[in-house]
Design a protein around this ligand. Structure first.
Ligand code: TXA
Ligand code: MG
Length: 354
């Protein structure tokens, strides 16, 4: 694939010789990328959660290329994405019992398109290469307008993990994808900044009681209301610890190079920062103390995120990357609030700081 030098100069430096072409989300470019997917090429694209690194599920070489580009172990399953209205039951998934089908229908009606991945028994058309050899598959229908248009034009499910190198921070900007994978994939499609900012909530429908495998913007309470039965919050359930196949379940994940510490406002007041430090907070008490620290220590920087779990999630990954861009040796991140709506942020910070 040729390099578009005009675009390359816009996005700055990446580690190896640039390879990817960064494309604006025009209808013609979306069409071009859909064709590339169908022909077996890799395309990174925006979703409302994070950017995904896509390959058509029926293009074995391209799917293998995802694992290679990311440096991801081949037994870690991928999520398959499709546009609204796609007929998953046409051989891509199957239902083992009617309750499962009812749960699937209720949840997709309520939350699709959107940041919810459902794990179901895989159908015969879904290659086991996509599922890491498991007999279940994670499927999702994103709400981002560019993702919807791309998936609709491709017409086939697209396997897409987050478009970062394995274990690193997920990308929420096209430039982040260029920086991490620009030397190893041909196409990066740009688009509006992901509204959610952390990966989708993953819910397994394999057992009678739906289980959250990864917390995200859609909470256990919201799921429970739609299903008419309680769903256990992620922190309470030990589900993740028991499932080594979920790569986000690895202790250390979503990590920048800077050391991440999660700290309360009180803790920050007693902290003596050594080395260049980025303080990231959302509450007044924390930010006041961070500002006081900055006046005493010239190597301290402060970043204020919005004052709600959704705003913190939206800016979380870009802020962790910013710490590396600023050559910080550490990030002092304000401890997330209490309550289910903070579970997604709390989970990502726990892994970033492990
Ligand atoms: O928001 C998202 O879900 C993003 C965007 C691009 O859609 N994708 C994403 O993919 O986060 P990835 O590969 O980074 O994370 C997928 C997670 C992994 O932890 C994987 O183990 C889990 O989904 N997963 C996929 N299929 C599964 C299955 N059959 N059983 C259990 N976990 C599964
Ligand atoms: Mg990921």
């Amino acid at each position: 694939m040729t390099t578009d030098s005009a675009n390359a100069s816009k996005v700055g430096a990446w580690p190896s010789p640039p390879h990817a072409t960064l494309l604006g989300a025009t209808p013609a470019n979306i069409e071009r990328c859909a064709k590339a997917l169908v022909q077996g090429q890799l395309v990174a694209f925006p979703t409302e959660t994070v950017f995904g690194l896509g390959a058509a599920v029926n293009q074995a070489e391209a799917v293998a290329g995802i694992f290679k580009a990311k440096g991801r172990p081949a037994d870690h399953p991928l999520i398959a994405h499709a546009s609204p209205g796609f007929d998953w039951a046409d051989g891509w998934i199957q239902f083992n019992h009617s309750t499962q089908q009812q749960q699937f229908e209720a949840l997709t009606r309520a939350f699709w398109p959107g940041p919810l991945t459902l794990v179901l028994p895989k159908g015969s058309r879904m290659p086991s290469q996509v599922t890491g050899g498991q007999d279940s598959v994670g499927i999702r229908c994103p709400s981002h307008s560019v993702a919807k248009a791309l998936l609709c034009a491709a017409g086939v499910p697209v396997a897409a993990p987050s478009a970062n190198r394995f274990g690193k921070v997920s990308p929420t900007r096209a430039v982040h994808v260029m920086a991490e994978l620009g030397d190893r994939i041909p196409w990066v499609l740009d688009g509006d900044i992901p509204e959610v900012g952390i990966e989708s909530t993953i819910v397994s429908l394999l057992e009678k009681s739906p289980r959250i495998l990864r917390p995200g913007a859609i909470t256990a309470q919201q799921l429970g209301e739609v299903l008419g039965q309680p769903v256990e919050g992620f922190i309470k359930s030990s589900a993740l610890q028991n499932n080594p196949r979920v790569s986000g379940a690895l202790e250390k994940h979503y990590s920048p190079d800077a050391k991440v510490r999660v700290i309360t406002a009180l803790g920050l007041g007693e902290f003596t920062p050594v080395g260049s430090t980025l303080c990231v907070g959302w509450g007044d008490a924390f930010l006041t103390r961070a500002d006081a620290l900055r006046t005493r220590h010239p190597h301290v920087m402060v970043e204020a995120l919005g004052n709600s779990p959704n705003e913190v999630a939206k800016n979380l990954y870009a802020t962790l990357r910013q710490a590396d861009e600023l050559n910080c040796s550490q990030v002092l991140f304000e401890q997330p609030g209490i309550g289910e709506e903070w579970e997604g942020v709390a989970d990502r910070l726990k892994r970033a700081s492990a």
